[in-house]
Design a protein around this ligand. Structure first.
Ligand SMILES: Cc1ncc(COP(=O)(O)O)c(C=O)c1O
Length: 283
């Protein structure tokens, strides 16, 4: 994208130039960090798995007691118009719903719906070839099923992650693993079974797609993973909309399996790319 590419956003019931999209300081997202969001990608200008992301967006809003000001049909029409106006080929689209303008800085007002679109950054070939290193941290996200805008712990840990030469942080509570700040976690056991945590997680759209693809050729479990299980694992990877499947080769300084991206991880990545391409062709 050239630096002169003009981008549009949605705010206050209209599509307007991104540089004019201002939220008032009384918004509860600023005052108290209250709000939810969702994020999907477009490839070749087409939104992928849109219905799944919209369902999760409305479900997160409900869990937080926020009302989305547009119906699903109206929101889809707005997204289509914005995507067309922005003309980005591969992009990430973020829908944010805030606690609204608050008279006293605590009680919610009518929620503000914001839609932003930006160019997409995917993992590099080098990152896929080497895999990533992660550290662990004892924490479980509050209201884990909702995609809230609260990333306090993850963002506060960025310095620690960097200091340890790692790329991300895996949350666990008393040794029971849940997820990353922005991705889900999978592990391949010694017997080849694929396992992913079932509880205290955001139900990732990529996680769901990977589970469906994996069930066609591997034994799959949604259950409990402990830090000890990782020490015995053959492979591990994370999933998210932007990362697809990213192999994890080290956890807390210890190699996972042989310390290289695993064959099941890379095989499922190819299946996921094929699924995305099939969906684009079908649209
Ligand atoms: C806490 C958390 N877990 C998992 C995910 C991955 O979800 P998805 O595959 O739908 O991108 C995200 C996405 O941002 C997230 O914030």
């Amino acid at each position: 994208m050239s630096s002169t590419h003009k981008l549009y956003a949605y705010l206050h019931e209209e599509i307007l130039p991104l540089e004019s999209a201002y939220l008032h300081v009384s918004d509860l997202s600023i005052q108290r960090g209250y709000g939810i969001f969702d994020f999907f990608k477009t490839l070749n200008g087409q939104p992928l798995f849109l219905e799944e992301y919209l369902n999760r967006f409305y479900a997160s809003a409900l869990l937080m007691g926020l009302q989305v000001p547009l119906s699903e049909e109206e929101l889809t029409a707005t997204l289509t118009q914005l995507i067309q106006m922005n003309g980005l080929i591969d992009s990430g689209v973020k829908m944010i719903l805030t606690g609204g303008y608050s008279a006293n800085g605590y009680d919610p007002g009518p929620p503000n719906l914001i839609i932003l679109q930006q160019p997409l950054t995917m993992p590099s070939e080098a990152q896929l070839a080497t895999g990533i290193k992660v550290i662990t941290h004892d924490y479980v996200r509050e209201l884990a099923a909702a995609k809230t805008i609260n990333y306090t712990v993850g963002i506060r840990l960025i310095q620690q992650i960097k200091a340890k030469g790692a790329d991300d942080v895996l949350y666990h509570q008393n040794g029971v693993v849940s997820e990353f700040p922005r991705s889900n976690f999978f592990l391949v056991k010694e017997d080849g079974t694929l396992v992913t945590p079932a509880r205290e997680i955001l139900h990732g759209v990529t996680r769901k797609n990977v589970l469906e693809l994996a069930r066609k050729k591997y034994k799959v479990e949604e259950g409990t993973i402990t830090l000890e299980d990782i020490a015995q694992a053959k492979e591990a990877f994370m999933t998210s909309t932007t990362k697809r499947i990213l192999p994890i080769v080290e956890v807390d300084g210890k190699s996972v399996g042989n310390g290289k991206p695993g064959t099941v991880s890379l095989d499922l990545l190819q299946d996921l790319i094929a699924l995305e391409e099939a969906q684009i062709r079908a649209l």
